[in-house]
Design a protein around this ligand. Sequence first.
Ligand SMILES: [Zn+2]
Ligand SMILES: [Zn+2]
Length: 470
Amino acid sequence: MTTKLQFWGAAENVTGSLHHIITQNGKHIFLDCGLFQGRRQESIEKNKNFPIPAEAVDAIILSHAHLDHSGNLPGLVKQGFSGKIYATPATADLIKILLSDSAHLMKRDLEYLNKRRVSRGQEPIEPLYSQDDVEQTLELLVPVNYLTPTILFNEITFTFFDAGHILGSAITELKWKDAISDTETVLVFTGDLGRDHLPILKDPTYLHDADYIITESTYGGRLHDSIEKVGDDLAKIIKETVKHRGKIIIPAFSVGRTQEILYEIAQLKGKNLIPDIPIYLDSPMAIEATQIFNRHLECFDDETMAQLKAGKNPLFPPGVFFLKTTDESKELNEIDFPCMIISASGMCEGGRVVHHIANNCGRRENVILFVGYQGQHTLGRKIMDGADEITMFGETHRVNCRIEKILAFSAHADEQELISWLQHFNKKRLKKLFLVHGESEAQNLLIQSLNTSGFNQIHIGKQGEIIKLI
Ligand SMILES: [Zn+2]
Ligand SMILES: [Zn+2]
C-alpha cells in the first residue's frame, strides 16, 4: 500500500480547506476541515458532504483557526467523528471563540428564514451545527507546539512550523517511511502562508526539503502594497480627521486585523506621531482575541518581544479603552470630540460597527477607514465603492463622511512572496507542487510565474482526485 492524497475542499476555489491523506496502513487523516462559504442552501449541502464517512476519519491536523480551515470541524463531529484534532496551542485557543461565533451566526441566520418557512407550513432548515457540537469538538483538541515532531499511528510524523499568517498558523510537514523500501517521503502543506514583516507574528519559516508540497495560491498573479507604508498612511488619516474634529470608524475583523491596528497605533503613539485621542475597541470578541494573543508569546516576533521586555505591550497601547457592554458601546454616540472606534464585523455585515456607521456616516468631518478585504454584496463593499446612501436597520442614511482604505495588511503571501518562499526548497528533490486554495484564474497566472522561476512539476488539485505519493 502506498500513501495517497485526495483533494476535497479548497480545490480550485478558496473556501472549505480539506485534504485527505490515506496512509500505507489505511489510516485516514484530514489536513484541515474548513467551512465552505457561499450561498446558504448550496453551502449547507456542500458542508455535509465529506470524502469518507465521518466515523472513518482517524485524525485531523489543523493548519490555523480561520473558519475556511476549521469551521466544519463541528459538522464532522456531529456526523460521528471522534478522533483527535491536532493544532498549535494558539489555534486551539482561537477556535474556541471562532467556532462558537460560527454556531451563533448559523442559528441567527436561519431564525428569520425558519419563521417564514414554518408559517408557510414548510419544515425549518436545521443549522449545520449547534453550540453543543462545538463543545464536543473542543474536547477533541490536542495542542501541539511548533517544532515538536509528533508520531501518529506509528507510521507518520508531523511537525508544525510558523506560517506567519494569523496567530497560531502553521505550515505542516509530514514524514513517513515506505514499508518495503524504507525510503522517506516528505509532504509539506503550507496552510495559508503569511508574509514577512507583518506586525506581531514571526515570519513564515523557510523549509528546504520536500518530495511533495501542497501550497495555497490565493494571490496568484497579484502583488500587495508594501506593509512598511501602513504606519504613515494611518498617521496621515488620524491627523487629518482630528484637525476637522471628526471621528474615525474602523471596521475590523476581531482576530488578526484588530490586533495589527492596535500594534500600529502603539508604534505611532510611541514615536509621538499622532495626536493623543481616545481609541475605543468596541467588540467583546476582539477583546477576547486580544487576550488570547497576549497569552501566546511563542508566536511573537523579535520586535514585539523587545517592546514587551521594555514594558510596553503593543497590544494594549495607552489611551485605548476596551468596551465590553452594550451600554458602554451606546455611550460612544454621545461623544463630541475626536476619537477612533475600532469595531466588528470587518465587512460591516453585523455587530456593533453598523451602529457606529449609522451614527457617524452623515457628518463630513468623520471617516470610515477600511483596513481589510470587503466581500461582494456586503455593506462594507457598498460603502467602500462610494455609495451615496446606505440602508441600515430599515433606515436610509446619506454617506457624507470621508471613505479611506489601507489595504496593505493582507495576511497572505502575494505571488512574489509565495515564490520566494518556495525557492528555498531543493528543486531536485521536489516531485510535485500541488496548488490549492485559489481561484482558477489566480492558479493559472501563478503557474506561469512558477514555470519561469524553475518549477515545472505543478498540479492543480481537483475535488475528489486521488494521487499516489510514491
Ligand atoms: Zn487563513
Ligand atoms: Zn484560508
